[in-house]
Write a new protein. Structure first.
Ligand code: ATP
Ligand code: MG
Length: 493
């Protein structure tokens, strides 16, 4: 097969970071090529060079055998390369069709936008993808899956040959991921070449033809997926073997830390449960079952219509996240870019945000102590950064997530509310985070964690609550024994 694209000996540095060092990467026409590597390995950077977002320091890019210069995003677009980023870039106020043709409106010479034609063309593309979606729908009311499909439709409308998908599945539900696979296979059948980035190995094996592994900015291996087993792949990613750790036994929990009674609002209905000190409780359910809404209501981020909350046995009025933090809670939200992080502030500023009072003495900030604590977090969570003063914006996606987790560790929160805590986290660091969760619990801290990953749920939780349509419908206290029951009940109620 012929290579449609070749990147040869590509290097890129940022101040203090060699993000890519002489990386080779090639695409065969019509293949799905997976790109994998730990957080900060350089995957997004390599693809941003292809997209004209960053310019390479050295190396060469060949398209269909000819050397090309990609200096700007429009160069990339003209060459037929389209990128769907880790964070989607649709304009919420526009319709799906308008987004598809944004910057690319039909009839550019006529001056008038032909709305009817716009919707018809968009509809054609959706049906090409096997989807029956109304293109006139406002984007803000579309599900994540639909937005993802719209991004793909947008790529197709721009007449591209190569589509890069940077962690497309992170915010999708199980069904939506299946649909994404279908669309990818269909595109492949039509001769599109696809780059697929993900931390989830089973996804690579489901859609990929070949895989390239990057580690610390360097190329490690490229091979057909059928030639590499999962353990081998993990070893290439991490540079070491990962041993399955046995679940540690928790001390028996006695006192309750959190007690939620009859919580209701628009999204959740009459939810009651408690979390004991030192307990890790999982919240499982479909996307839309109310997990995120429950966590947000407990944290005071969304109002409740009725219900009561008790902390350490006494009733509290948690009407804002600030109050929740004052009562010892911390939330790692699902959507880190918009809720969890302030991108212009440094890593250290983000990490100490809730703890500034504890680290200052009147107007003196305890800098030395903060520095040491931050260093400890960087090591413990394996945060890849050249310094703690780097703006959050410059961190790779997974490393941003780690900083958000560190924020609540520093704050010594007594109850951690985790919403998909390992979203975008690489396979090596996941285990580190599970270990940290277990340590916290042994230390008497409580965790309430929403996750869509059944393996994660079974690996760390003492007890699992299942949500369906905004209600708690069932509880399992030895979840590891009930895997299939948990999955079935979550789906069918
Ligand atoms: N604009 C930037 N300024 C400074 N450093 C950057 C910038 N963009 C990326 N980096 C650094 O380059 C390295 C590679 O980052 P990149 O985003 O490519 O990683 P990644 O493999 O996509 O990781 P993840 O799985 O977490 O998304 C990281 O150390 C990151 O901090
Ligand atoms: Mg990335």
């Amino acid at each position: 097969m012929s290579n449609i694209l070749e990147m040869k000996q590509v290097s890129k540095s940022f101040p203090g970071v060699k993000a890519l060092q002489k990386v080779d990467f090639s695409l065969e026409k019509g293949e799905v090529h997976c790109l994998i590597g730990a957080n900060g390995a350089g995957k997004s950077t390599l693809m941003k060079i292809l997209a004209g977002v960053y310019t390479k320091d050295e190396g060469e890019i060949l398209l269909e055998g000819k050397s090309v210069a990609i200096k700007t995003p429009s160069d990339s677009k003209e060459l037929g390369i389209s990128t769907i980023y880790q964070e989607l870039s649709l304009v919420e106020e526009l319709t799906l069709a308008e987004n598809i043709y944004l910057g690319n409106y039909l009839n550019p010479n006529g001056g008038f936008i032909k709305w009817k034609q716009l919707n018809e063309e968009a509809k054609k593309i959706f049906s090409l993808l096997g989807l029956s979606i109304a293109p006139s729908l406002q984007t803000s009311s579309a599900s994540m899956g639909l937005k993802q499909m719209t991004e793909i439709a947008k790529a197709i409308a721009s007449d591209c040959k190569i589509i890069v998908m940077d962690e497309p599945s992170t915010a999708l539900s199980g069904d939506e991921v299946e649909k994404l696979y279908e669309v990818i296979r269909l595109l492949k059948g039509k001769g599109y070449t696809i780059v697929y980035i993900s931390h989830k190995l089973e996804e690579l094996y489901a859609v990929g033809d070949r895989v390239t592994v990057l580690r610390n900015g360097e190329w490690v291996i490229t091979d057909r997926l059928e030639n590499i087993s999962q353990p081998e792949l993990i070893q290439h990613i991490t540079g070491r073997k990962i041993e399955k750790k046995e679940k540690v036994h928790h001390t028996t929990h006695r006192e309750e830390f959190l007690d939620v009674k009859n919580f209701s609002n628009k999204k959740i209905h009459d939810v009651s449960f408690s979390v004991k000190k030192g307990e890790i409780v999982g919240l499982y359910g479909l996307v839309g079952s109310g997990r995120t809404e429950l966590l947000r209501a407990i944290f005071g981020a969304d109002p409740i219509d009725s219900g009561e909350i008790y902390i350490d046995g006494s009733k509290k009025n948690i009407s804002s996240p600030q109050k929740a933090v004052d009562h010892g809670m911390g939330l790692v939200p699902e959507n880190r870019k918009t809720e969890g992080a302030i991108l212009d502030l440094s890593i250290s500023e983000n990490a100490f945000l809730p703890s500034l009072r504890a680290y200052s003495n009147r107007s003196f900030v305890k800098r030395k102590q903060m520095k040491a604590v931050m260093q400890e977090m960087i090591e413990k969570l394996n945060i890849k950064t050249s310094s703690k003063e780097v703006p959050m914006r410059n961190l790779s996606g997974g490393n941003q997530q780690k900083v958000i987790i560190s924020k609540w560790l520093i704050h010594q929160s007594r109850l951690l509310l985790f919403d998909e805590p390992t979203q975008g986290i690489d396979i090596g660091a996941k285990d580190e985070i599970y270990t940290i969760m277990k340590e916290l619990s042994e230390d008497g801290k409580s965790i309430l964690m929403a996750t869509s990953e059944i393996e994660e749920l079974l690996a760390v939780c003492d007890r699992v609550l299942i949500m369906f349509n905004g209600r708690l419908i069932k509880e399992f206290s030895t979840p590891a024994n009930y895997k299939s029951e948990i999955m079935n009940i979550a789906v069918s109620g």
